[in-house]
Design a protein around this ligand. Structure first.
Ligand SMILES: CC(C)(COP(=O)(O)OP(=O)(O)OC[C@H]1O[C@@H](n2cnc3c(N)ncnc32)[C@H](O)[C@@H]1OP(=O)(O)O)[C@@H](O)C(=O)NCCC(=O)NCCS
Length: 198
């Protein structure tokens, strides 16, 4: 459960190379370009898009969630090209435990340049400082180690393997569960500040 409009404030974030912002139907051509790639869709729960109409339907469902104040993905815009190259966002929120889960995808052309790490670090900062979350989770298929590397680079801790947790694209898949707690995040920030003051 979540309070209505809880995610309403999450509209625009900026990092050195990226803008994380609400998507619009005008982003459909950019998003279709990578969402049609079977390698991008291989380890996520959606299938590669077969038409731009599917991309538009996805964007409409996200716009609906924005209007309802529900958790929903943001577009990742690559500043230097003014182009949407992926999505990132909170997938669900549990008010009682103040916990949420993040999910993300990126166009294959932009992999391995540290971009998703940059985006995820910013979203996590927002989650702890603005949304006052206590726990942020992420999961990836065991066969998708680069996603686990992103989680570790932002300081998330591996909590375990969920055996055959999901059925995805014709097979049962193991999932790796990661999380970061508010207390770990605050401690890491304090250590960083002390290091810069020395
Ligand atoms: C997973 C994904 C988001 C990573 O984004 P990215 O911008 O390439 O991530 P980064 O560049 O920040 O980091 C990737 C890291 O994985 C490492 N990596 C790449 N391939 C790897 C592999 N086969 N095994 C282990 N590590 C690997 C990279 O070397 C890099 O680590 P480094 O910085 O220590 O060198 C991107 O590949 C993607 O969108 N994939 C398709 C959708 C998807 O799988 N989403 C996640 C679902 S859980």
């Amino acid at each position: 459960m979540y309070s209505e409009q809880f995610f309403d404030s999450l509209r625009y974030l900026e990092t050195r190379r990226l803008i994380l912002r609400r998507m619009t139907l005008r982003d459909a051509p950019d998003m279709f370009e990578y969402s049609r790639d079977p390698l991008v869709a291989r380890h996520v729960l959606w299938d590669a898009h077969r038409s731009i109409g599917q991309t538009r339907s996805y964007i409409r469902s996200v716009l609906h969630n924005y209007r309802a104040g529900k958790p929903a993905s943001l577009a990742i815009e690559y500043k230097s090209e003014g182009k949407v190259i992926g999505t990132i966002g909170f997938m669900w929120y549990d008010e009682d435990s103040r916990s949420s889960e993040v999910g993300y995808s990126l166009s294959r052309q932009y992999w391995n340049q540290g971009l998703m790490t940059e985006a995820l670090a910013k979203l996590i900062e927002y989650g702890f400082t603005q949304l006052r979350l206590n726990r942020i989770e992420a999961q990836h298929e065991t066969g998708n180690p680069s996603s686990g590397r992103v989680m570790r680079k932002v300081g998330m801790l591996h909590e375990g393997t969920l055996r055959q947790r999901l059925y995805n694209k014709g097979r049962f898949v193991d999932m790796e569960l990661y999380a970061l707690l508010r207390q770990d995040y605050s401690q890491a920030r304090r250590t960083e500040t002390e290091a810069t003051q020395c």
